[in-house]
Ligand binder design. Structure first.
Ligand SMILES: [Zn+2]
Length: 175
């Protein structure tokens, strides 16, 4: 039974819509469609990664460009294309972004020490015109990680060299 008022329903729909278009959702759906399976917001791992792919020993963080200071030099704090720090309360924002940045790096270091790979996906890389390319490149990276972790090397052709050497000689001796 639908017991929501029109106003509540409107609010609910708006909430659902914004949740669905969240960058995390784009990554989740995109990877699911490409056949990857994952867990969400793993509470026991540092930084609570947005997606955890155990088979690939990989954590994926989907980062907002502003909060995590994408492409911002932590010394000069010049604005980047996707992270523009407000002029008012600039020191406050800089301190906040710097703290986030330091925490990100610390968490990634800890995860690496625990044997996890980390993939950072940036919000700006998920804009409609870049999205598919970004998702393809995550899929490529994951497959690459899997091959590396499992030590898959190119398989040498058995004795090809020897046969190549011998055959012409054998043929020659027939004449
Ligand atoms: Zn960005």
């Amino acid at each position: 039974m639908d017991r929501l008022t029109a106003q509540q329903r409107h609010q609910n729909m708006a909430a659902i819509r914004s949740k669905d278009t969240k960058p995390e959702m784009i990554v989740r759906r995109g990877l699911w469609k490409r056949g990857f399976r994952y867990r969400l917001n793993h509470k026991r791992l540092p930084g609570h990664p947005d997606l955890v792919l155990k088979k690939y020993r990989t954590c994926i963080f989907v980062n907002g460009c502003f909060w995590h200071g994408h492409l911002v030099d932590m010394q000069t704090f010049e604005n980047s294309e996707c992270c523009k720090i407000p002029k008012t309360n600039r020191d406050f924002w800089m301190a906040k972004i710097r703290r986030n940045n330091e925490r990100d790096r610390e968490e990634q270091r800890t995860l690496a020490n625990m044997g996890w790979h980390c993939i950072i996906v940036w919000e700006c890389e998920l804009k409609p015109q870049k999205r598919e390319e970004t998702l393809d490149s995550i899929a490529f990276t994951l497959n690459h990680i899997w091959l590396q972790d499992h030590g898959v090397k190119s398989v040498p052709y058995p004795n090809l060299e020897e046969e190549d050497m011998q055959m012409p000689m054998a043929a020659e001796s027939d004449y």
